[in-house]
Design a protein around this ligand. Sequence first.
Ligand code: PRX
Length: 654
Amino acid sequence: MTDSSPKTIDTLLSEHRTFVPPADFVAQANVSDASVYTTADADYESWWASWAEKLQWDKKWDTVLDWQLPYAKWFVGGKLNASVQCLDRHVDAGNGGRIAFHFEGEPGDCRTLTYADMLAGVCQVANGLKSLGVEKGDRVTLYMPMVPELAMTVLACARIGAIFSVVFAGFSPTSLKDRVQDQAAKLIVCADGAWRGGKVLDLKKVVNEAVADCPSVENVLVWPRGGALKSSAEDLDRDVKWADVVSSQATTCEPESMDAEDPLFILYTSGTTGKPKGILHTTGGYMTGALATSNLVFDLKPETDVYWCTADIGWITGHSYIVFGPMANGVTQVMYEGAPNYPKFDRFWELVAKYKVSVFYTAPTAIRAFMKWGDEHPDQHDLTSLRLLGSVGEPINPEAWVWYLHHIGGGNCPIVDTWWQTETGGIMITPLPGITTTVPGSATTPFPGIEAKLLNEDGSEVIGAGGGYLALTRPWPSMLRGIWGDNERYEETYWSRFPGKYFAGDGAKRDEDGNLWILGRVDDVMNVSGHRLSTMEIESALVAHEAVAEAAVIGIAHELKGQTPVGFVILRNGYEATPELSEELRAFVAKEIGGLARPEKVIFTPELPKTRSGKIMRRLLRDVAEGKAIGDVTTLADPSVLQGLQQEYEAKES
Ligand code: PRX
């Protein structure tokens, strides 16, 4: 139940300029003593080692950290298996009967899986993978919806030492193919379909198209979604069925003892070029970070909590805060396959009430959608089981923050706004819910042991209140270890802008109280609904169309999605600028990359604003698209270009 009085957002904002952790929360919090920060700062290696000690090691490490900037090795010489941390440790401690997942499919099919069930399932998949010849170090690409079998396959790869790479099942055949090729995967594990918004998406068709160009792939292992689906795609020679390969396997499988620095997974994310980066994470450090941050940020209590992170395992949030962190903590989770508004706008709140969810983690873009759909949807459900809320993926606007607190958290749940990245592996800047006085819109301060600085253009440090480039200035266990197959790009992207410091690509400001406010990307990367997209990637997709001579893409502010792409296109001779062609180009981008990247608009223009050296001035395009006063144009080769553009844009708007 939420506060009964209907309050406006403005009233809520004036009531919640800050939020002090409630006394009853503090009393039960995993950490409520601020000395945790000073202890961790005094000796961050020992702090992280104290968390690593909670894991189950086959062999303890010799050295906590070997830091050869920018290459870190954590827990050097240690051996462990990531799946053991998430499964065997709990089953061996007598907690095999605890529910790991309450799964709910979009059509309403429910399954309950205990930790013992998950262990047995993971071993069966692991044995199945082995029977297909998958060995330690081989790459396996996963293309599946949010179903327990996805988590099982992730953990099965970890169990046998195969490097897994989950590709979000909304990506196009081309995006999937690029990733499979980049990692030279031996196997693809996919589902034939997925439920989304009342429809079945044909995932197998996507895989068939992608795999046609992937000679490294020996097999495609297909999990049937619910058994009821008939994929429109043909079976291929390389296809093998879950029922034949996995279902009759033994339910035990000896875990591979992995070196702490052995690769665990590759996850692709967009950078500033057209080619996504395969971010590499390793075993011991990643597990340590996932365990520690889940435990302290989400205050997890394995005996009593029901935790629900609404992310997809195809993104880093699902890796760290569905599979590895929460499962290493042995907590019970909710997993939901489908859309938040199917069949009705209250599906999430129905699930929270049904499973008595106590910790809930979602994205600002979702919160803004909930606000738009109407207060009545959460308000009609009993949400009193909730005790802690989280936010991730993009800056949360204060209006969404106070709405979340009031309508979902009943006015008394702390909110943890967590800033981090695919590259950081785990949460870096966040409140600790039993300690931090929060401010709507601020991610507050670095997690214990993490050091974040704001830097000026010249690399000097911003001291006290002020704005700058956000950099992390100490190594941390779950940091990326590189870009798959491209060390040069790793060094250049993250470590060259401010030598010796990890440059995150975000701008931030610090207020008088020392709280950090993330301002967003300062590079050619946009954040659409909490997902990263590169302007270059969308531009490459546009110019791949026969009608397009040149394209420039920018991210503009969007009420629900945070940002959304807009494309400016110069057509080739012989093509006419029609609304139909604009639609076709939007659809073309969605087909090339995935629905997420579909431009909000495609505007035709005879010219693009360029500097004299030929660089497109995206900043000016953004001014045009957001209807702002045009900024400094002195470096433009031909300032008259902008006038024409403004007219085109206004014509499109009207
Ligand atoms: O710009 C920041 C934004 O998301 C970027 C990282 O994207 P990705 O690697 O896809 O990971 C998303 C989930 C961790 C960051 O560079 N971002 C993430 N969390 C926040 C955020 N911006 C503001 N506040 C956040 N809490």
